[in-house]
Design a protein around this ligand. Structure first.
Ligand code: FDP
Length: 286
């Protein structure tokens, strides 16, 4: 590989080209492996397989300095020094069992991992829905593509979070929500203009917010104050896409992109959506 002169575009093009293959490769790999990821979750066979496929391809691109994934403990160091790629190869892979939506999430940083979201130069996600799409942010613009066979065609060239919020989806067991978060949810639910959309894969639920406006959160929980989602592989890339689309992200207090990480696998409470809803959330949690 390494034929694309711009390494960032090379990474995006490689993920786009690999998406059809990953989608096809899910067939026959829906079972659990006997391994755990660094966060202590049992990996699906497809998690391990997609991680190996992306690691092989992305580390052979000229200009890629590091590859890190939610599915492996250690960062792979390459000889190059430019860009560091963090990937969640199959976000929402527990949806494999029921055959529901899931995706591949990626962030391209220009600092060694773990890196803050302010070091992202591009980020995006593939969604394995009824059709396969890629939504990708760079230089303040979000573009949405349909992927067919290795081809990418633009379906929307300036994606923005719609002004009027419509959907909400919140993860974590309700009895484990904090009092502040529970009150906030009650307020969101009581607005007759809002409706629930929750599918159990972050990327599908965030895509609903990007399409219809609203809010998605996987908040801090009483028994897990840092929530569930991982900052490098999920939190930062999604915050980057949503902020590039005119929305806001928050860990409950500040933009996710402002967090200084200390560990590649650290978790973060994630809230993303329309700016006014995130501001109200921060007030509710203050
Ligand atoms: P999954 O474990 O299926 O990969 O971070 C992963 C994630 O899914 C998110 O996509 C999803 O929002 C969340 O975990 C759901 O977690 P719980 O059902 O365990 O609350």
């Amino acid at each position: 590989m390494g034929s694309d002169a711009d390494p960032v575009e090379g990474v995006v093009a490689t993920i786009a080209r690999s998406a059809s293959e990953i989608r096809q490769g899910l067939v026959g790999r829906r079972g659990k492996s006997d391994r755990e990821n660094p966060s202590g979750e049992t990996q699906a066979e497809a998690d391990v397989w997609a991680d190996e496929l992306l690691a092989d391809r992305l580390t052979s691109i000229d200009g890629v300095a590091q590859y890190a994934s939610e599915e492996r403990s250690d960062v792979i160091d390459c000889e190059d020094t430019a860009y560091c790629v963090a990937v969640d190869p199959l976000d929402g892979s527990s949806n494999l069992t029921s055959n529901n939506t899931m995706g591949t999430v990626f962030g391209i940083y220009d600092e060694p991992l773990p890196a803050p979201g302010s070091a992202l130069v591009a980020a995006g996600f593939v969604l394995y829905g009824p059709i396969t799409t890629m939504t990708y942010a760079r230089d303040g613009t979000v573009t949405k593509y349909e992927l067919t066979g290795g081809e990418r065609s633009i379906v929307e060239s300036n994606v923005t979070v719609p002004d009027d919020p419509l959907v909400y989806g919140f993860g974590g067991r309700v009895p484990h929500w904090t009092d502040g978060f529970r009150e906030y949810v009650r307020e969101i639910e009581s607005n007759p203009d809002h409706k629930l959309r929750y599918g159990g894969a972050m990327i599908g639920d965030v895509n609903q917010v990007l399409t219809y406006g609203g809010i998605f959160a996987y908040p801090a929980l009483e028994d897990s104050p840092r929530g569930k989602l991982r900052l490098q592989f999920e939190g930062n890339p999604i915050a980057y896409v949503i902020e590039s689309a005119g929305g806001r992200s928050s860990d409950g207090d500040r933009s996710i992109l402002e967090i200084e990480p200390t560990d590649v696998h650290e978790r973060v409470p994630l809230h993303v959506g329309n700016a006014e809803l995130i501001e109200r959330l921060e007030d509710a949690l203050a």
